[in-house]
Design a protein around this ligand. Structure first.
Ligand code: HEC
Ligand code: HEC
Ligand code: HEC
Ligand code: HEC
Ligand code: HEC
Ligand code: HEC
Ligand code: HEC
Length: 427
């Protein structure tokens, strides 16, 4: 079972430092770089906000959620009538899942001293800079007393609200690539991007459509290679219409104040009115691992049968997790799920940020009484706001990312298999 970040990086494990022959390769790689015409490295480049033109140039549609696709109208069209949902949604992980670069969207620091990622290669480091032209990652080759920028690419897209981290992408014409440096929230530092070996000035990991299918609302593909896209069609963030389907008819009818007749089926998908399987499919498009596509990316629409578009492993609760968990498979393997009609929205309101662990106890108590817990007799009401910590403990991933100074970073994900865990399984 491959994890999303591994799709294009069969050697993800190589982010771990390997001594020995690698050093020679690095040395040769760096020598090669010095033969390329180089620009002088000007030391610390002062911080400056990116001008608006850079943001608007990337795509007219981005951020605004407007798309030329048939029937789609974009988030703003929903605002006037669904104000309350719209406002909390602006702070949700889905809305913030992908953005254009800006001082607020990039969580990593550009201040001198904090804007550097040293690597295990003494001749190479990366520097992150904010200039009038925009935000950049540069590989710097270092042969004291000389320092030269061997390669410099812009932050063009920001992937991740920053709950665990952010990965950045750049365009080369209409081809999309991952930048070599990622931001890690837990340590508040820059680290090597997954899939990139430590210590090489590599910028060449292509981004394919399945990655964007989970992290954006839409982008049209161009003929191969697989990382070529129609930039102008891009809709960033996971918008209302990703889960509710195209909204034009619904907007037009409601703007003309034509009410639904009694018994008439609505003209927009409300997942709550779908069968349980179809409801789960809306989330499983992105929360059940990458799977194997059976149809072009972005062809699934909420309300449809996901199995016709994607084959997903039905049993992955024990796969080693990276930042990409398999909440659908984990939850489906729980007794709670199998013995009730629970769905993801039993606990989650996707229109709001979902980060207050203690508050989730309330949801458990809609089906269980506090007395039903074996611990109640000894611990009493102390367990009241703690159901999740014992029954959905954080799960440490086996995936290792290499921080600077050789520190290992392992993401922790919320285990969605609700169960009774032994003492040694708890954090
Ligand atoms: C002009 C006002 C208006 C706009 C714009 C509007 N809605 Fe609605 N929406 C309503 C009203 C009124 C209802 C309740 C009755 C109905 O479905 O018409 C509703 C109901 C809904 C429902 C529940 C439908 C059901 O069958 O239970 C969803 C989901 C929804 N809207 C999503 C959206 C989305 C997404 C957008 C933006 C693409 C949007 N709405 C734009 C007025 C609007
Ligand atoms: C198009 C892909 C996609 C769909 C569809 C989708 N999600 Fe997500 N979801 C994501 C991504 C990507 C993130 C992580 C965003 C981030 O933090 O950058 C996320 C994050 C979340 C979070 C974490 C929220 C937080 O505050 O950190 C929850 C909970 C969640 N999704 C639940 C759901 C549920 C429930 C559904 C179905 C109703 C659903 N998602 C549908 C892609 C999707
Ligand atoms: C199957 C859908 C899917 C694919 C494919 C996928 N992701 Fe994710 N990704 C998610 C979801 C869902 C999350 C939210 C975390 C979770 O599920 O625990 C996430 C989390 C992340 C995060 C952390 C976000 C945060 O705010 O903490 C980053 C960064 C990320 N993905 C980057 C990528 C990149 C880059 C690719 C492609 C090379 C990719 N992902 C492929 C679904 C996907
Ligand atoms: C990640 C998927 C997702 C996104 C994004 C999303 N919704 Fe929903 N929405 C749902 C689900 C699932 C339900 C049914 C369960 C519930 O009510 O939470 C729902 C229910 C609704 C309803 C009907 C229920 C009610 O409380 O009135 C409206 C209206 C609605 N959404 C509007 C919006 C609007 C407007 C946006 C964008 C600002 C949006 N949604 C974004 C998944 C989503
Ligand atoms: C929609 C209803 C529902 C919700 C919400 C719910 N459960 Fe359950 N849960 C059940 C049912 C039904 C069972 C099975 C009881 C049985 O078979 O006797 C169960 C079983 C369990 C078990 C026994 C598991 C095992 O493997 O033996 C535990 C522990 C549990 N739930 C804890 C929780 C916790 C903690 C939460 C909140 C995070 C929660 N449940 C939310 C319905 C629910
Ligand atoms: C029984 C309650 C419950 C149900 C049902 C549930 N979740 Fe969660 N979910 C939680 C709790 C509790 C958290 C932890 C919140 C936090 O850490 O802030 C969480 C966190 C998440 C996160 C953030 C993951 C991370 O590791 O940071 C995602 C994504 C998510 N849920 C998706 C889903 C999806 C998709 C479904 C349906 C398959 C689902 N959840 C069903 C309780 C639930
Ligand atoms: C300190 C850890 C802890 C907390 C907090 C906790 N539980 Fe439990 N729970 C357990 C353990 C351990 C068991 C297994 C029974 C035992 O050995 O006492 C259990 C058993 C259960 C069962 C299964 C009972 C059965 O016999 O099938 C349910 C249901 C349950 N807990 C629900 C809850 C709910 C709801 C909450 C929050 C109000 C909660 N638990 C909080 C540790 C905890």
């Amino acid at each position: 079972m491959k994890h999303p970040l591994r799709l294009l990086a069969p050697t993800l494990g190589s982010a771990v430092r390997r001594p020995g022959p690698q050093k020679v390769i690095r040395f040769v790689a760096i020598l090669g770089l010095l033969l390329v015409p180089v620009q002088p490295f000007l030391g610390q480049i002062p911080d400056a906000p990116a001008p608006a033109h850079r943001a608007s140039q990337s795509t007219a549609a981005a951020g605004s959620g407007v798309s030329s696709r048939d029937g789609y109208v974009g988030d703003e069209a929903c605002q006037g009538c669904h104000q309350e949902k719209f406002e909390t949604y602006l702070r949700s992980a889905h809305h913030l899942a992908s953005r254009l670069p800006s001082r607020t969207s990039i969580n990593g620091k550009f201040t001198p001293g904090s804007n550097i990622l040293r690597t295990s290669n003494p001749y190479l480091y990366f520097v992150m800079t904010a200039t009038k032209e925009g935000y950049f990652q540069s590989a710097v080759a270092k042969f004291p007393p000389f320092e030269t920028i061997s390669r410099k690419e812009p932050f063009d897209l920001v992937i991740g609200s920053g709950r665990k981290g952010q990965t950045y992408l750049y365009w080369k014409g209409d081809a999309l690539f991952e930048l070599p440096v990622t931001y890690w929230t837990e340590t508040d530092r820059w680290i090597n991007s997954p899939g990139y070996p430590d210590g090489l000035p590599n910028f060449d990991k292509p981004i394919i459509s399945r990655c964007l299918e989970c992290h954006t609302t839409y982008i049209g593909s161009l003929p191969p290679p697989l990382n070529r896209f129609d930039r102008s069609s891009m809709v960033l963030g996971i918008t209302c219409e990703k889960c509710h389907g195209p909204g034009r008819k619904h907007v037009v009818r409601n703007r003309s104040k034509i009410p639904l007749r009694p018994g008439e089926v609505g003209d927009i998908v409300n997942p709550a009115s779908l069968s349980r399987d179809r409801q789960m499919d809306v989330c499983a498009l992105c929360h059940a691992g990458p799977g194997t596509p059976k149809a072009p990316a972005f062809s699934f629409v909420a309300g449809g049968v996901l199995g016709q578009f994607l084959s997903l492993p039905d049993n992955a609760p024990d796969t080693p997790a990276d930042v990409h968990a398999h909440q659908v498979q984990q939850l489906s393997s729980s007794r709670c799920f199998r013995s009730s009609s629970m769905t993801c929205t039993t606990c989650h309101d996707v229109h709001k940020p979902q980060r207050d662990v203690a508050s989730f106890s309330e949801h458990c108590l809609t089906c269980h009484s506090i007395e039903s817990c074996g611990r109640y007799s000894t611990m009493g009401s102390k367990i009241l706001r703690d159901c999740v910590n014992c029954h959905m403990p954080l799960k440490q991933s086996n995936q290792i990312f290499l921080d600077t100074d050789d520190r290992q970073v392992k993401p922790q994900v919320r285990n969605h298999r609700i169960a009774i865990y032994g003492q040694n399984e708890l954090p």
